[in-house]
Design a protein around this ligand. Structure first.
Ligand SMILES: C[S@@+](CC[C@H](N)C(=O)[O-])C[C@H]1O[C@@H](n2cnc3c(N)ncnc32)[C@H](O)[C@@H]1O
Length: 340
């Protein structure tokens, strides 16, 4: 018979989506922002700020305390160090990431997980009758939130990447699927003579010119909207593909890499950055197992091992003997010369 302790542990796991929803509600109500600005706030003050009755708010705060996001001291309420990560617009924030991945838009896709497991079809496509990036092209609010979430993600590793990606004088860097340009502009700021092109879908680059301008890089960085399955900008010396391949099944990932092989100049280098799974199951790769199933549900894609990536690169016609690998925080950068 299952012990009461094990039952309790399983009930906590079943309640995972309740914690997710509490995070989204608290974020929308401004709980994390208020506690950041007013540490040791009283429940009454937080209730007044959020316009939620104290009794109901307190119940949600208890759930967030159990989840390790909020602390209650004798002086009042505080964000824990984890809760601080949900304060918007600060280094390392996951506030937009949380709103995006807990949104009803994404959760309705997860309702189809069983079908996705059985058929490989993305739950998102099943729910909305179109792939996620086609959907973003005509839902501006969802597109903006997704791009903000990706910006938070890109910001977290961009500084380290800028140290790693050393550029020769007058290089041109093309970031394929570069989103709003957050990653590329950080790399370019560390290389004063380099120029860059952020290449993404028209919806993906919607905010790129603003990001480029506020980085002070309008004279040496441009944005270009297009479809990376059909065209990739010419003239680069370094091409980056960051956090893109996992969106796609092997057929599409191979099509993108094949397009790169055809279009990237022979002397240029290609740097693929991603979160790669270990060859064998490892608890330490927990985030990778989460995002792997998330990719199945949202875009029909998958996380891969470095061996999987090497196989795809070989199939796309790249010579894979001289691949360089560098750790980039939780990510890995894989560098190869296209003409090698
Ligand atoms: C997961 S995001 C990664 C964004 C960015 N590289 C980063 O690391 O933050 C994937 C990007 O691929 C772009 N994308 C998807 N399909 C595309 C296509 N067919 N052509 C060009 N870009 C595309 C999306 O708009 C999105 O910006």
């Amino acid at each position: 018979m299952t012990s009461l302790e094990d039952r309790d542990a399983v009930i906590r796991l079943i309640g995972g989506y309740m914690v997710s929803d509490a995070i989204r509600a608290a974020g929308s109500l401004g709980v994390f922002t208020h506690l950041d600005q007013h540490p040791d706030a009283s429940l009454a003050a937080l209730a007044a700020h959020t316009r939620a009755p104290a009794e109901q708010l307190d119940r949600v705060l208890n759930l967030l305390r159990y989840a390790g996001l909020i602390e209650r001291h004798s002086n009042g309420l505080r964000n824990s160090s984890l809760g601080s990560a949900l304060v918007p617009d600060r280094a390392g924030s996951l506030a937009a990431f949380a709103q995006n991945f807990t949104s009803p838009l994404f959760q309705r896709a997860w309702d189809h997980l069983e079908t996705s497991v059985l058929t490989g079809e993305a739950g998102f496509d099943r729910e909305y009758h179109q792939p996620v990036y086609d959907y973003f092209a005509h839902d501006e609010a969802a597109n903006t939130l997704f791009n903000q979430a990706m910006q938070e993600e890109a910001t977290a590793t961009a500084e380290a990447a800028a140290q790693l990606i050393t550029l020769d004088e007058n290089e041109t860097v093309v970031d394929i699927g570069g989103g709003d340009g957050t990653f590329l502009t950080t790399v370019l700021q560390a290389a004063p003579t380099a120029t860059g092109i952020v290449f993404d879908s028209p919806a993906g680059i919607a905010a790129a010119d603003g990001v480029i301008a506020s980085a002070g890089l309008s004279s040496r960085c441009t944005s270009d909207g297009g479809d990376f399955f059909t065209s990739i900008p010419d003239g680069g010396t370094t091409y980056i593909i960051k956090s893109v391949l996992q969106d796609w099944d092997d057929e599409h990932a191979l099509a993108l890499l094949t397009r790169c092989r055809e279009r990237i100049p022979a002397a240029a280098r290609l740097i693929i950055i991603g979160n790669f799974l270990p060859d064998a199951y490892d608890d330490a790769a927990a985030v990778g197992y989460l995002t792997d199933v998330c990719m199945l549900v949202i875009s029909g894609g998958r996380e891969r091992t470095l061996a999987d990536l090497t196989t795809l690169l070989g199939q796309a016609g790249f010579a894979t003997e001289h691949i360089r690998r560098e750790r980039l925080g939780p990510l890995t950068a894989v560098e190869l010369r296209t003409g090698a």
